[in-house]
Design a protein around this ligand. Sequence first.
Ligand code: GLN
Length: 385
Amino acid sequence: MNPIFATLPTTVFDLMSGLAREMGAVNLGQGFPEDDGPLDVRAAAAAAILAGPNQYPPMRGLPALREAVAEHYARLAGVTLDWATEVTITSGATEAIAASLLAVVSPGDEVVVFEPMYDAYAPLIQRAGGVVRPVRLLPPGWTVDDETLAAAFSARTRAVVLNTPLNPTASVFDDAMRARIARHCVAHDVIAISDEVWEHVTFDGVIHRSMLVAPGMRERTIKIGSAGKIFGMTGWKVGFVCAAPALTEVVAKAHQFLTFTTPPHLQHAVAYGLAKPTAHFEAMREAYARSRDRLESMLRQAGFVTTPSSGTYFLNVDLRASGIALDDVDFAVRAVKEAGVATIPLSAFYARDADRGFVRLCFAKRDETLERGVTALAKARKLFA
Ligand code: GLN
C-alpha cells in the first residue's frame, strides 16, 4: 500500500457529514447548499438522459460545453479563451486539480501552497512526487508578508496551487496579492494551478479576478472552475480546466487516464446553464450574501465572534474570542455529539502546526436550518464555556 494514502484519515467533510447523519444533527459542516440547484438546468439534464446519446463524449468534453465555458468567462470574467484548444471538461474540480498536478509536477519538484489549504492538495502533490512548500496565511486578514512569500519560491519550485476565494478562510486574494504571486511565478518559471471554484460566490462588491489575467500569467496559469459551485449542485462533479494550448495538451493527457470523460447529460445541462443571463448569477450571489448576513447576526446575538467572509459558502467562528476554551477538533466532535450541530475544524486544512482556534460553518442553508444550527451552537457554547 502506498503510505501517502494508507496513512490518511477519511476527509473531514465525509467524517462530519457521517456524524451529522448518525446524530441527527444540523449539518453546517460540509459545504453544500441545502436547496438543490436551478430546476431548468436539472430539467435539461433529465431531457438529455432520455434523448441520449448515453455513450462516451469526446475526451476533452462536449464542444457545446467547451464553447459555453469560453462564452461564460468572456462575458462574466473578462477572460478570452479558445474553446477548442484551451478548455477541458473534468469530473469535478478535484479531478481537475489531480490532472493538473500530474501534468505539471515531476518527482522532487516543489509546489507552493497557501495554508490553510483545501484538504486534497497536499496528498495529491505528494502522490505526484512533489514536495509541499506551505506558506502560512495569518488571521485576521489571512495574508502573508513579502519576505515569507518570496522565501517559498526558488529554482526548485515547479508550481503554486492557489485558491481564491479561499476555502476555508472565506477571504479573497486582491489584485496586489495576485500580482505578488505572479511576479514570483514569472521570475522562477512556475506554473500557477488556480483553483477558482468559488469565483461567482463573492460579497460586498468584492470581485474575483482570474489568475489567468494577472501580469505575465496567461501562458502559465491553469484555471479551474466548477459547475457544482456555479449552480449550487455539488454532486454533479463537472469541472473546467482553462489554460493555454500547450498546458491544456498535457492536462488533458492526465485527465484521459483519470476519468477519461464526464457524463454527457450533465455536460449538456451545464452548457445550457452557463448561458443563463448575468442577472441569474448576481441573484445567486445576493441570496448567499443574505444567508451569510443572517447567520452572522444570529451568531453575534448568541455571543459568538466571527471573522469576515468575502466569498465562498463559509463563515468562521473564532473559538477563543467567543469564550470557548476547547480546540477546534474537540469543539467540532463534542458539538455534533452533545449539541447536535456539525461544523468543520480549520486545523484539517493545515499540513502541520495547525491553528486550532477556528471552526467553519456553511451558510448555504434555509433560514430555519440556520436558526436551528445557531440554537445548537449556543447550546454548545454554554456546555463548553
Ligand atoms: N468543498 C467541500 C467543502 O469544503 C467539500 C467537498 C468534499 O466533501 N470533498 O466543504
